[in-house]
Design a binder for this molecule. Sequence first.
Ligand code: HEM
Length: 167
Amino acid sequence: MAFSFNLGTPVNTALFLYILYSVQRIIFPSTSKPKTVPNEFKAGYSWLPKTHPPTVLFKVYTPKTLEPFNGRDGGRILLAINGTVFDVTAGRNFYGPNGMYGNFAGRDASRGMAKQSFDLEMLTPVDQPLDKLEDLKPDEIENMKGWIDHFSNKYIICGKLVENDAI
Ligand code: HEM
């Protein structure tokens, strides 16, 4: 059967005009500048997000400057394990004021993580020198490292914890 293209039928005419229009859009793309900078992806690739994405700054914390990040004000929640500070805001259910592990929020959680305990005596008062963890047994240190792995895979590392008088 021979292929025939009859421009006379209305469907073919419409298709032909559409193809012509599409081809001219490709060859002569619209260069008119939008009046305002688009901030949503709608019709083009040149757009700016409405706001800057949130950024996390790596900072040096002390027990005293870490403590306010306990989430009780609904704000960010940070905790430290062995000198590394994690932003655990995404785990508010765990570390928020009503969370099972709320004690760790804003604190050095090393000992509690090592000994698998969220008892208050695991925490060093914020005005005291950092817990040196020297009395911990090797399996407790291993347990703490396991938690560091877990947190590193799940949360953002946002700082390090140093002594109160170090900065
Ligand atoms: C009564 C015993 C306990 C129960 C029933 C329990 C239960 C849980 C559950 C269900 C999760 C969530 C797991 C997931 O979704 O990935 C979790 C996570 C966790 N648990 Fe426990 N837990 C208990 C004891 C402890 C103790 C004593 C500690 C002390 C260190 C602890 C520290 C944690 C931590 C740090 C997480 C990870 C939270 C996160 O991913 O941010 N848990 N636990």
